[in-house]
Structures are given as C-alpha cells and as structure tokens.
Design a protein around this ligand. Structure first.
Ligand SMILES: [Zn+2]
Length: 270
C-alpha cells in the first residue's frame, strides 16, 4: 500500500536545520525495511502535480522551499511531517514537550508535528539520538496510519520465551516519556513484526485515508452532473404534461363551442 509524504522544517528553525537534512532522515526511516515497510506500507515522496503548476523536473527542488502554508494546503491524503521548535510544537500539539499527530473533526489524519527540542535530545528517552529519530517518526506515522497507544506486549514475549526486561516495546508506547513509562519493556524504535500482532494496521482504514481527493472530487462532480440532468428531465416532463393538458382543455372547449353553434344553427333552422 502506498502512502505519499512530504516533510517541512518550520521557518523558525531554518537557521538550525535545513529542509533537505530533515527530509533525508525522515526518508531513511520511512524506507527502512525494518520499519513500516515490513507492514506492507511503501512511503513515496509527494511530488506536486501539474495542478500545483510545477513541472516534474522542477518540483523536487521547489518542494523543499514551499512555504508552510502551501504544504498545509496540499491534498489530505499526503502525510505532512513538520519539524517545529519546542514553543510551536507545544502550541500546535496542545501538549508540553511532545511531538504529535493531529486529526480533523472527521477523524482523518491532518499532519505530524515533530518537536525539535526532543529531536535534539530533550526527551526522557534513553535511546541514542539516531534511534530516537527513528522511534519518533515511526511512532507519529503509526498514529497517522490509525494506531492508538499500546501497552508492553508481555503476553506475546512470554509466548516467545522472552524475559519481561528484554521484551521489546510496541512502537505505539511513549518512549519520549522515558524508560520507566514503558517498563518493563525495553525501548524500541521500529514497529514489531506483523506476526507479533501488536503494531498491526487496519488496511481498510488506510485505504480511506490515502484515497485521492481528486477521485472524490470527480465522484462529487459526477453526482452533481447527474442531479442537474435529472432536474432537466423532470422540467421537460412537467412542460410536456402542461402542454398536453392545455391541448386537451383547448380541444374540449372548441368542441363545446362547435356543438353549441351547431345546436343554435339547428334551432335557427327549426
Ligand atoms: Zn503517541
């Protein structure tokens, strides 16, 4: 299953980290075969189509320089991953010191905000920084793909003969809150393989999330066109009925007048 994504560094961080650098890290995490690809999710970088009046060749270099507002305006099936400073992350996510995935009123994923303070080692996680990056991207993308938080999979570890202290955490546990928060599980930075049945995805839901808006618009336009066509048919039918009724009434009147005239004539003769 394909998921298109785009990355963007907040304008407030342009002197700290370049768009290209953030994109390179996110891309390496999303395309890592031990990450979501083992759950059959292929991440493809979003290239704006002709709709955005960007040519295919020019798009790659232009994507990095798209302002935040233009990235936000991209179609909803595109997974938008932002890196924002601590202050903006707290404000946007409504939680202090965490990254987040946001959803709209219909429950459709909106975007992902990665907290730069944590990105630079400010979280309580004890994972090495490159692994923390892997964790935070996989975790927030897991939310975007429809997963909620989960617990330490102790039962599954027991079945596999793994001691609780060595039990790997689900990617949907909150590593940013530190090792105690996810205990007795061990911090981990990738989703557990599908045969664990822990970090498994609902593919029907993802199909809906990633459905192209363009298709929806076509369907909408098609149904609007059908309604207009039906209204025209009904109008024509009403006009035909009115015409028919008018013709019948007029003919009847004519006949009545003719009969009267004929009678009068007859009367006159007689
Ligand atoms: Zn979370």
């Amino acid at each position: 299953m394909n998921v298109q994504y785009i990355t963007k560094v907040g304008e407030e961080l342009q002197n700290q980290i370049k768009d290209e650098e953030f994109k390179r890290i996110v891309k390496s995490v999303l395309e890592d075969p031990t990450g979501w690809p083992q759950h059959k999710i292929n991440f493809i970088e979003y290239i704006p189509s002709q709709e955005a009046s960007l040519s295919q060749d020019a798009s790659l270099s232009q994507v990095a320089s798209l302002p935040l507002s233009q990235v936000a305006a991209l179609p909803p099936h595109v997974c938008k991953i932002y890196l924002r400073d601590g202050e903006n992350s707290n404000k946007i996510c409504g939680m202090r010191g965490l990254s987040c995935a946001r959803f709209n009123k219909d429950g459709r994923p909106l975007d992902i905000i990665i907290n730069y303070k944590n990105w630079m080692g400010g979280s309580r996680s004890e994972l090495p920084l490159d692994q923390y990056h892997k964790y935070v991207i996989n975790h927030e993308v897991g939310h975007w793909l429809g997963l909620d938080h989960s617990k330490c999979p102790l039962e599954e570890c027991k079945k596999r003969g793994i001691a609780p202290e060595n039990c790997p955490a689900s990617i949907m546990q909150q590593m940013s809150k530190g090792p105690n928060h996810i205990g007795p599980c061990k911090e981990s930075c990738t989703p557990l393989p599908p045969d664990w049945g822990v970090d498994n995805l609902d593919y029907d839901e993802i199909k809906q999330i990633t459905a192209f808006e363009k298709d929806n618009k076509i369907n909408e336009n098609t149904s609007n066109f059908a309604i207009i066509q039906l209204a025209i048919y009904i109008l024509i039918l009403i006009m035909v009925i009115i015409l028919l009724v008018y013709t019948i009434i007029t003919n009847k009147k004519k006949n009545t007048t003719n009969t009267t005239k004929y009678n009068l004539k007859n009367k006159f003769i007689y």
